[in-house]
Design a protein around this ligand. Structure first.
Ligand code: GAR
Length: 203
């Protein structure tokens, strides 16, 4: 392995994206040296998914630290123990500080269920469903200092049909997420992503 990747998937909830990424790794579509789950919620379903898939779990609760700085320092120490060099946020519902973003510059990806910069925030699918543009979509991007912002790696549209229920729209968006996130990670692992002047180029 030329540039071995030790991957940390950060998640706080259900973990369907976690499972899609782990499946792609197990099927050898993405070649990483190691993978761990970092989770901040002991009750999150993603922990059960990780245990079933025999992926090491780092559980780190914000409540066990006096402030966000110490909490992130705790995370960084654990990432160093596992020699992590790529982080993917998969429904990790915490805002990372500017110093964390700087430490892992262009090494933290996020997935967001909209065509960023549209519908930032924690309720992107509901917000798009309410406003009914013709299209919404999915964005995978490197994070920067702002929330749901940063150089776009892959972005794909999802049509909103007149007859759509929120459930149907969510289902199509999640299906696309499960395809797009492994693709984006594979591009990174295979050194196909070049970043110049805040833009990602494939090749
Ligand atoms: C995903 O839809 C992801 O795009 C979203 O959280 C969900 C997690 O689902 N992330 C954000 O909204 C980030 N702003 P999952 O736990 O089933 O992977």
């Amino acid at each position: 392995m030329k540039n071995p990747i030790n991957l940390a998937i950060f998640a706080s909830g259900n973990g369907s994206n976690f499972s899609a990424i782990v499946k792609a790794i197990k099927q050898k579509k993405i070649k990483v040296r190691s993978v761990i789950l970092v989770c901040d919620k002991p009750e999150a379903f993603v922990i059960q998914r990780a245990q079933k898939a025999k992926i090491p779990v780092v559980l780190i609760r914000r409540e066990d630290f006096v402030n966000r700085g110490d909490f992130e320092e705790g995370i960084v120490q654990r990432l160093k123990n596992y020699k992590i060099n790529l982080i993917v946020l998969a429904g990790f519902m915490r805002i990372l500080s500017v110093s964390f973003v700087k430490l892992y510059h262009n090494r933290v990806m996020n997935i967001h269920p909209s065509l960023l910069p549209d519908f930032k925030g924690a309720h992107a699918i509901e917000d798009a469903f309410k406003h009914k543009p013709s299209f919404t979509g999915v964005t995978v991007h490197f994070i920067d200092e702002q929330v749901d912002n940063g150089p776009v790696i892959l972005q794909q549209k999802v049509k909103i049909n007149k007859s759509d229920s929120l459930f149907l729209l969510e289902r199509r968006i999640h299906a696309l997420e499960h395809k797009l996130y492994p693709e984006a990670i594979k591009l990174f692992v295979n050194a196909k992503l070049k970043i110049r002047a805040g833009k990602v180029y494939l090749g």
